[in-house]
Design a protein. Structure first.
Length: 568
């Protein structure tokens, strides 16, 4: 694929997708859909992937930012699910070393901790799975060990007043969920896949007893087109029932959405120096939560509650906020209050419908693969960590249908260049220093952009005004806005501030003061007029208001940039 991933090439991409029948049409550009696109394209199939919004704009950008085996699933003796997660974690450490990084986790133990004698056994099992994935020995991710209360507090000072007796320390990984999805899609494009965001399926067509085409609304310009494909894959996650309703009107729903909420607080309110903390519930229910260090901040979450409201209008409600803060305060004695919250996000997971009385935390996190009416393949469930395995199962089914011999290659395809983090870090730091860009920005660029970090800094070299930070809250540069428009498919201010960067949740003001400058850069790259700039700022403010919900902070924020456009 010679074209860069830019909305400026949208018309050409649509033409390429409509010119001939595709082998595979993937609907949904979250982690699973991206994985299917890469797997199918790398096996030589012609592929297009659609999403009604931006890439990863649904559940895949609302995770806990972890790549992990799921230690808590051992409580339900779901060994196969945990082993699968650990194997995929180890693969991602190798394939995307800039994006997936090892992290220590502290599991506190108190005198009233339930089943405390089984914790060491469970952690040993976790280590065994990881070692098996690496041919018998662990590397990169640590083995678990029991540590004293003092040693645990050294790693996680927020535990200082918690009264713990001792703790276990074990290894898992953290990531940036959106950047991971983007890297997968970039590789899929390298193998020839077409990626069309803001493209909503509005209807389907039939050839005999199978669905062979989809009518698509271009949500950026209002036009419509039709795509034809031999295989249709429904990877829309929690929206799967909605899509299947177009195929079979009136069908019963099969998914039960479960809402998960995270909040972000300043690190000094919940200090975690070198480790995340797995928080056993102290509120009388079965939920477990994480406290995760995130630069100058700490993430606290997630909730796990049945949700039957609108899927397209999620936000933080009062019960969500009360629960998360109470869970943190119960463990850390931190006296967290709503004013401590810098940002928040809410997402919904697609779980199979519960039996009467089942709690969301009891529902399986396994993925489900099915062939439904019209031959539409639907993949649901699972989690971010296992997206590659889910995609493999889908494409194995596709090639089996075709009678092909084409093995999965994604366990050997590096993401984002698969570069050595240390070598890239040194190279980027040197280039950043020569340009007067701070070392923290250089580190952040390597972590988010991998081998494209130098390309972003190259924009600063060409135009020093692009070396300005978008917001004081994080080291993201205006150059990243231009790069996002030219190479990462960004179409809106929200795409940039909520997903290509995470300023919508990292900045207390959601970087709204810089929204006009961001919109101006996007407009210059994508050929938009001044009216579009103003509309984009208003739409972004509305999006922040919706997501922050009960916090309501966005309502009083200024919408003008104190810096103006970097080209003023």
């Amino acid at each position: 694929m010679s074209r860069t991933f830019s909305q400026a090439h949208r018309e050409a991409e649509i033409t390429a997708a409509t010119d001939a029948e595709l082998d595979v049409l993937v609907i949904g550009a979250g982690a699973t859909g991206a994985g299917v696109a890469l797997d199918a394209a790398s096996r030589g199939l012609t592929v297009a992937v659609l999403d009604m919004g931006d890439l990863a704009s649904g559940t895949s950008s609302k995770s806990s930012k972890l790549v992990h085996g799921g230690l808590r699933y051992l409580e339900n003796y779901d060994f196969a699910l945990v082993r699968e997660g650990v194997v995929e974690r180890q693969l991602l450490l190798r394939l995307a070393p800039h994006l997936v990084r090892p992290m220590d986790f502290v599991l506190p133990v108190w005198s009233d901790t339930a089943r405390r004698r089984l914790l060491g056994v469970g952690l040993t099992t976790y280590d065994v799975f990881a070692a098996a994935a690496l041919g018998g020995r662990l590397r990169d991710v640590r083995r678990h060990e029991r540590v004293s209360a003092e040693e645990a507090i050294e790693r996680a000072p927020a535990l200082a007043r918690s009264g713990l007796e001792y703790a276990y320390v074990y290894g898992d990984c953290a990531t940036d969920d959106v950047r991971l999805v983007l890297s997968v899609l970039q590789e899929a494009r390298r193998f020839g896949a077409l990626v069309l965001t803001y493209s909503q399926v509005t209807g389907v067509g039939w050839d005999g007893d199978r669905v062979d085409r989809c009518d698509v609304l271009d949500r950026l310009d209002g036009s419509s087109y039709t795509l034809r494909a031999r295989h249709i894959v429904n990877a829309t996650g929690v929206w799967a029932d909605r899509l299947l309703g177009l195929v079979e009107p009136g069908r019963a729903t099969t998914l039960q959405p479960s809402k998960g909420v995270h909040v972000v607080v300043p690190r000094d309110r919940l200090p975690l120096e070198r480790a995340s903390v797995l928080l056993p519930s102290k509120q009388g229910d079965a939920r477990a939560m994480f406290a995760i260090p995130w630069g100058p901040q700490t993430i606290l979450g997630t909730t796990d509650t049945l949700y039957d409201g609108p899927l397209d209008d999620l936000g933080l409600d009062e019960k969500d906020l009360e629960y998360v803060l109470a869970a943190g305060n119960a463990v850390f004695d931190a006296s967290l209050v709503p004013d401590d919250v810098v940002g928040a996000w809410a997402g919904v997971r697609p779980l199979l419908r519960a039996e009467r009385g089942e709690a969301p935390s009891d529902l399986s996190r396994r993925h489900s693969l099915s062939e439904g009416t019209g031959g539409v393949i639907t993949i649901t469930g699972g989690k971010l960590t296992t997206y590659r395995r889910m995609a493999k199962d889908v494409v194995d089914l596709v090639v089996d249908r075709d009678g092909r011999r084409a093995r999965c290659r994604t366990a050997q395809i590096p993401l984002g260049g698969g570069v050595s983090y240390d070598a890239l870090r040194q190279e980027t730091a040197s280039m950043a220093a020569a340009l007067g860009v701070g070392d923290d920005a250089a580190v952040a660029l390597v972590r988010s952009h991998g081998n494209q970090a130098a390309a972003v800094l190259g924009l600063v070299a060409s135009d020093p005004a692009l070396g300005v930070r978008i917001s004081p809250a994080a080291p993201d540069l205006m150059a990243q806005v231009v790069h996002a428009a030219r190479h990462e498919g960004a179409a809106t201010v929200e795409d940039v501030l909520a997903r290509r960067t995470r300023l919508s949740v990292r900045a207390r003001d959601a970087a709204i003061p810089a929204a006009s400058a961001v919109a101006a850069l996007l407009a210059a790259e994508l050929g938009r007029d001044p009216a579009w700039i103003g509309a984009q700022v208003r739409e972004y403010v509305d999006a922040v208001r919706r997501e922050r919900g009960v916090l309501g902070r966005a309502a009083s924020l200024a919408t003008s940039s104190p810096m103006g456009s970097p080209h003023d």
